[in-house]
Ligand binder design. Structure first.
Ligand code: HPA
Length: 247
């Protein structure tokens, strides 16, 4: 039985799934890092592949951008196909002077302006969205063993890539108490758009989840990676994610 948005049959998707947003990147990961690759879905051109990494079956499922899109794929992966370990591999915008383009970040926590937490708890609590501790610990150990530096901390998972609010969009370091400045002062490392859904669905389903990012935009210095720069640093993140997910 396939699901509504994923054409695979049950059994075709591994319990271990990497989650890039971009379908083309899913294909690049599958082709460059996995053996015996088989594509199981192309519905909406949101591709999914299963292959082997060091002999262990691993799937790579694109999710699209933003919480509503990834939520659909997460639900079907977990509740129809039995995914147990899910690692998002995406890009983010650095928000802190200590974060630079091409750095690899791991989201220990995900703070969000999305309504999904309130929809779940009816506004009663501000639930903390956390990475799975064992996956996080494994990823940090793997990165150390591979000699690849990573930074670990809290990210902001937002619903709006473009927003018009001066208060939120204000330039860093301009002396204004902008919303970004407040986030930075509270230790937020970066902005992205999917991790909150991943951590919320995973904890409710008792499966393991982690979000790893490559910094593609620097909101602090107002810099952006070129396409080829993105590709090279992306490889470090994929190596960490794959070595982590097979453990
Ligand atoms: N904002 C939100 N999500 C992102 C960004 C950004 O600047 N860069 C990469 N993902």
């Amino acid at each position: 039985m396939a699901s509504i948005h994923i054409a695979a049959q049950v059994g075709e998707v591994s319990e271990r799934v990497l989650l890039p947003g971009d379908p083309v990147r899913a294909k690049i990961i599958a082709e460059n890092f996995l053996d015996d690759v088989h594509q199981y879905t192309a519905i909406r051109n949101i591709f999914g592949f299963t292959g082997k990494f060091k002999g262990v079956p691993v799937s790579v499922q694109a999710t699209g951008m933003g919480i509503p899109s990834i939520s659909i794929y997460l639900h079907e992966l977990i509740h129809v196909f039995g995914a147990k370990k899910l690692i998002r591999v995406g890009t983010c915008g650095g928000m802190n002077e200590d974060i630079h383009l091409r750095d690899v970040l791991i989201a220990q926590g995900s703070s969000t302006d999305s309504s999904i937490v309130n929809q779940t708890f009816g506004g009663a609590i501000n639930f903390s969205l956390l990475a799975d501790f064992n996956l996080l610990r494994t990823a940090v150990n793997v990165a150390e063993n591979l000699n690849l530096p990573v930074k670990v901390g809290n990210v902001i998972c937002t619903d709006l890539f473009y927003n018009d609010y001066d208060d939120i969009n204000g330039t860093f370091g301009d002396g204004k108490n902008t919303f970004n400045d407040k986030l930075r002062r509270h230790g937020i490392l970066a902005v992205e758009m999917e991790s909150a859904a991943l951590y919320l669905q995973a904890v409710a389903a008792k499966v393991q989840a982690l979000a790893i990012f490559t910094v593609s935009d620097d909101l602090w210095r107002n810099e952006r990676c070129t396409a080829s720069e993105r590709e090279n640093s992306f490889n470090d993140m994929i190596k960490i994610a794959l070595e982590t997910i097979i453990k």
